[in-house]
Every structure is written in C-alpha cells, then in structure tokens.
Design a protein around this ligand. Structure first.
Ligand code: ADP
Ligand code: MG
Length: 672
C-alpha cells in the first residue's frame, strides 16, 4: 500500500508507511520514570522533573542559562543550558514545571545537568508507558519528527500478518503487528540490551520474515526457470568420451560420479543449476572440460569464465590443449585481447565457428554474443557478483543456457540456499591418486638464512622450489617490487643455482617461457608472485616457501601449497612470517600447518576472520538483507524455505502481501 506521507522521512528514502514501520530503533531511552534528585549518581543518564525556582543568564563570550528546579522532596538540581534561543529563555520562568533527560554530573553546588534535553510542561503530565526509540537518522531530521512520522505510519500501515496463523504458531513466532509495536515501543521493563543486539523473539520474527521474502523470491525464480526450456545436451557426437579417452589419466570415482550427476542435468530440457565443489587439486578442470564437450558434442557452444586473468589463462591453456586435437576451436578473451584480435574472436563466437570461449569478465561485455550458447561454466563462482553471473547466462539469445558453477571453497547448504533455491551440489570429495601429504612449517623471517640454506641443500639434491611473494591487492607495483627484490637477494645468496622470476606484469608468452623452463628443470628456484596459484604442474617442485604468510588468506595459501605435492615424493612448505605477529595470525598459520583439508581450512578461516569477508556470500545471499545475517541466522533458513514453499503452494495472498512489504517495487527480481 502506498499511503502518502509528507516530507521529512523522505530524507531517509522512506516513502511508504510500510517502509517507515520497518525503520527500526538503534537503541532506547527510558523516559518512563523520574529519578528523585537525591538518587542521581554521577555519570548516570536519568530523567528528572521539578518546579523552576531560580534562573540566571550569564552573558559574555560564553553565554549560559542557569536554572534550578526543585523536586517533591525539596531537593534542588542545577541545569545549565549552553546555547538557547530567546524564546526558550523566556519560557523558563519561576513556577513552571520542567522535565529533563540527561547525564548527572557533580558540580560546585551538588549534582547538575549540563545541556540536557528538556521540556516545559503542565504539572503532573503523565509519563510515557514505553521506552523512547532512538532511530538511525540524518542531521536534518530530528528524532522528534521521525518518531512522529513512524508513529503515524504504525497507525496507518497495513500490518496484517503474512504468516497464516497455524504456520506462525508452529514456528513459535510472535505476530507481525505486535512485533513491530514492541520493537518501536518496548515496555519499560524490556531487555534493551537484547533489543539493541537485535535478538529475542521480536527480532527473530523480523529476520525470519526477511529471509522468508528472500526464499519466496528464490523459489519463484527457480520454478519459473524449471518451466523454461533449455536445449538438452545429449552429446550425440560422443565428444565427451573422446576427450576423456585422450586425457593422460582416468577420472577418479569422485570425478566420474560428479560428471554423471551433471550429465543427467544437462540431458534435461530445463536449465541446469549446479555447483561443482572440490578442494584445490581435486581435478575440477577436466570435469568442466568434459561438460564443455557434452555441449559441443550436442552442437552447442560453451563459455567458461574465471575471475582473474591468470586463472582464466590457465583454464584456456588446458582446454586448448585438450580440444584442439579433437578439431574443436577454443577462443581466448580477456581485457588484454584488443583491436583486431578481439573482433576476430568475437566474430567466431557470433557465427558459431568457435565452439568454446574461455575468458575473464571480458566475456560479459555487451559486444560479446554467441551463435548458440548451451552451457556456461563459472570457475571460483564466489568471486563474482550475482549480476556478473547472470550477465553471462543472458548471452544466449533464445533459451537459457545450462549453468555450472565451480568452487574450491565449500559452501554450506544454508549458504547455497541463499544463492539459488534450486542449486544442486556435486562434490569431488577425494584427490587424484599419487599425492603425498605436504609437510608444512611456520617460521619467523628472522630465520631467513636458515631457509636459504635449506633451499640450497634441497636444490643440490636435484629438487626444484617455488618462492612465493605475497599478493598485495591494492598495489601491484609493490607486489612486483617485492618479487624483484627477493629474486635479486636469492640470486646473490645462491649463485650456483638458476633463479627464475615470474609475475603478473609479464606478457603471457614470457610467463609461458619461464614456466616451461621451470617445468623442463632448467630453473632451480622460481620466485613468483601469486601467479603460480594457477601455474603448470611441475611434479619435481617439492618445496615451496611463502613469504609474508601472515598477510595472505588461508584458502589462498592452501591453493598455493597445492602446487607442490603433485609427485609421489614427499613435499614441504615453509610459511614465513614477519614480526610482529598477532595471536590470531599465529593461530591461522597453525591451522595451515596442521591441516591439508581445504574444507576444514576454510571453516577455520571463517571462524577466525569473523564476519565481513566470508566465502563471498556477501556478494550474493547477503547483499539484499538488512536485518538477517546469512551465517548467524543460518538455522532460520531451512524453516524459512519450507514456509516459503507452503505459502507459494497455498497462500498466494500472503505471498503478495509479504513481498510488497519486504521487496517492494519489483525488488524480488533481484533474486532471479
Ligand atoms: P582444481 O580442482 O584445483 O581445479 P585441477 O583441475 O587443476 O584441480 O587438477 C589438479 C591436477 O590434478 C591437474 O594437474 C590435473 O591434471 C590432475 N588430475 C586431475 N584429475 C586427475 C586424475 N583423475 N588422475 C590424475 N591426475 C588428475
Ligand atoms: Mg581450478
């Protein structure tokens, strides 16, 4: 409903009564009782009332208005106003009753209040029965006016419950209207700490409602999708088996199972929504390639998008190597591909002569179009925003393409529920054979000479090593300098060895040449920026040193570490930190030392880093939520999902009311 409310709250973007009632207090002030002057304690915020007995105005550079009030017990209290208007001063005459709310402080003549909020009122004016809300606001909008607007809205807005009564009772949640009245005007004895922490039954109801709106939207979008046609990818040309036969290994049981699950989805005439998750090194790439082959073998195109140039390039390299012998053209697109090369690449995608596109965000530019896109694969999906993922999917002119997302970071079921109601998950839950555990040690930078000695010894025995310098996201230049300096340092320390350098600023061909030399054994130690996160496999590289480990994310280091331990012989990883290092940083490094399980590492990382930077969930599930927290309130998601299904099935009116309340003006489409 669009009750028309005039002015001030529009400053806060609150246009409807329904929006105003969901603008909730930050905290409360207790104006329900009066404190006798004798009971005032220094520093305590209190409400007092008394009759004005004496007033004096101090002029000069710091004009002040001083007055005294007397309470029922004949105690007196001084009040000092630091700035005031003439009409305010005039209203404060002896005999009037003054009610003030402020902090008591010891003064020269006993307790006083400096510049409290005050009102002149008729004697024995009733006290409010409920706590006074303090709302988030802006300077131009006073609490007083905002309260008025919200109170008016509470009277006017449609507060009918959107949960059918039996369902509400089953969930044990309070009524909607009562919840709002309580949250805006809690009784004097309410637990304000709990309210300010946004906990307790009333807040649970609001958070539930918000999640319910999300779940309704997601389920509706999913239902629409499930009725939308997609081209079944049945691989009539049997390209996928040919690709698998040409790989230098056979799929592990876990890979084969995941591929079967995906193949079944792709054979259906509706768009797939599946997440393929598996720890770093679990072999997602060849499963993705087999999926691309299923599309191409069905006369369709496949597009693979990765979040960084390097990840994308690595993907491209592998797909190019695997598909070219099968006569399938793979096209590379990144922001570095410009001019004629770009036009040529775009032309082959638009006319269908290239079957597979691999690239970065460059794939979702407006001028990229596909002749017959059948499958979209998004690697490291959590590093993309919702819009970006949707943008690639919308590249198909006619029917929706199937969507496969991939992630090395495990996504709890509840989080997945906040991405897509119909997201299916396949997990590659074991690593390919022949991996040996990596011995990980944590050392201070003070022991650098020892590390270099160990490196020398290791290389003398024929081993090869990586020396990784940290990625400093904000400054690629510094990043580069660190790598260049370290390269020079190690070269000087170990003149008998060949020390290579690879970093993100090098041209693709240069990088490839260095990596090839390393793979061929012509380089002993490769100093690198985090480029090698995605570097080629070098089974003989069995030692990795990671500098400034305290600065890096655990998941990222786990990925890096995955570059060693590829052969049958034992490998090790040295995590070097610079002092000073905090307790949490120390604990983080210990986790990496003790665990090789990417899922467990991700969980710990989450726990230690706390809210804020979690699994990229903020980019999707969280971004439209005001009150609920995707992780803290995860236990509510499952019941919210069930309630959403029930409402969609049996209570269309309630659905309409609920979405209008929580996602007005078509915001629900953001969940599509
Ligand atoms: P991620 O899941 O981290 O993307 P990759 O797909 O890059 O992992 O695979 C990691 C390495 O494991 C690659 O070198 C790949 O060739 C190898 N690999 C993948 N599957 C198998 C397998 N079934 N047997 C042996 N090696 C495999
Ligand atoms: Mg990968």
């Amino acid at each position: 409903m669009a009750a028309k409310l005039t002015e001030p709250h529009r400053l806060l973007g609150l246009t409807r009564a329904a929006d105003l009632v969901l603008h909730l207090p930050l905290r409360f002030e207790d104006e329900t009782r009066l404190t006798p002057f004798a009971a005032l304690r220094p520093g305590e915020v209190a409400q007092v009332e008394g009759v004005l007995t004496h007033k004096e105005q101090q002029r000069g550079s710091r004009s002040q208005l001083l007055f005294e009030i007397e309470d029922a017990t004949q105690q007196r209290l001084r009040i000092r106003l630091l700035h005031f208007r003439p009409n305010q001063a005039a209203a404060l005459t002896p005999g009037v009753t003054v009610r003030a709310f402020g902090e008591a402080r010891p003064g020269l003549f006993g307790m006083e209040m400096v510049h409290p909020r005050y009102r002149v009122l008729r004697p024995s004016t009733a006290l409010p029965k409920t706590l006074t809300p303090v709302y988030p606001s802006v300077a131009a909008l006073s609490q007083y006016r905002l309260r008025q607007a919200i109170d008016a809205a509470l009277d006017r807005a449609e507060l009918a419950d959107s949960l059918p009564e039996p369902l509400r009772q089953r969930l044990g949640l309070p009524e909607f209207a009562a919840t709002l009245r309580f949250l805006h005007h809690p009784p004097a004895n309410a637990d304000t700490t709990l309210l300010e922490l946004r906990q307790g039954p009333a807040w649970a109801r609001l958070k539930f409602d918000e999640l319910l709106a999300q779940q309704i939207s997601l389920q509706r979008a999913a239902a629409l999708r499930q009725h939308q046609p997609a081209v079944p990818l049945d691989d009539v040309e049997a390209l996928s088996p040919r690709l698998l036969a040409a790989l230098p290994f056979t799929l592990t049981a876990a890979q084969a199972r995941c591929l079967d699950e995906i193949r079944a989805d792709l054979a259906a005439p509706h768009p797939m929504h599946r997440l393929l998750q598996g720890d770093v090194g679990s072999g997602k790439t060849c499963v993705a390639a087999a999926c691309a082959a299923l599309a191409v073998g069905s006369g369709r195109q496949a597009a693979l998008m990765a979040p960084t140039e390097l990840l994308a390039e690595q993907l491209y390299q592998k797909l190019h190597d695997w598909f070219t012998p099968l006569g399938v053209a793979v096209v590379w697109l990144s922001s570095a591909v410009r001019g004629k090369a770009r036009s040529a690449a775009l032309a082959t995608l638009a006319d269908g002569s290239a079957a597979i596109a691999v690239g970065t965000h460059a794939l979702i530019q407006d001028d990229v179009s596909f002749a017959r896109l059948g499958l979209v694969i998004v690697d490291e999906q959590h590093r993309f925003g919702v819009e970006q993922r949707l943008a690639l999917r919308s590249k198909s002119e006619t029917t929706l393409p199937h969507l496969l997302m991939m992630s090395a970071t495990p996504i709890p079921r509840t989080l997945a529920m906040s991405y897509y109601a119909d997201l299916a998950i396949s997990s590659i839950d074991s690593l390919p054979p022949g991996r040996t555990p990596i011995e990980t040690r944590v050392m201070s930078d003070a022991r650098r000479p020892e590390v270099i000695a160990r490196l020398a010894e290791f290389c003398a025995g024929g081993g090869q090593a990586y020396w990784v310098c940290p990625l400093i996201e904000e400054s690629e230049k510094l990043d580069l300098k660190a790598a260049i300096d370290t390269h020079a340092e190690i070269r000087a320390a170990l003149p008998q060895l060949v020390i290579g350098l690879v970093h993100g600023r090098m041209k693709a061909a240069e990088k490839a040449a260095v990596m090839a030399a390393f793979k061929a054994g012509a380089i002993n130690v490769l100093v690198a920026t985090t480029v090698i996160e995605v570097g080629v496999d070098v089974p003989n590289a069995r030692l990795m040193v990671i500098e400034h480990a305290e600065r890096m994310g655990l998941a990222q280091m786990h990925q890096l570490r995955g570059r060693v331990g590829r052969g049958a012989r034992a490998s090790s990883c040295l995590l070097i930190y610079s002092n000073p290092i905090g307790a949490v940083a120390r604990e983080r490094l210990a986790i990496l030392k003790d665990s090789q399980d990417g899922f467990a590492i991700a969980r710990h990382d989450l726990r230690l880093r706390g809210p804020g930077e979690r699994l990229g969930a903020r980019q999707s599930g969280q971004q439209l939520l005001r009150f609920a927290d995707i992780e803290a309130d995860a236990p509510m998601l499952e019941p919210a999902g069930q309630a959403a299904a029930e409402l969609l099935r049996n209570h269309p009116d309630a659905v309409a009311r609920h979405l209008d309340r929580w996602l007005p003006g078509g915001e629900a489409r953001l969940y599509a």
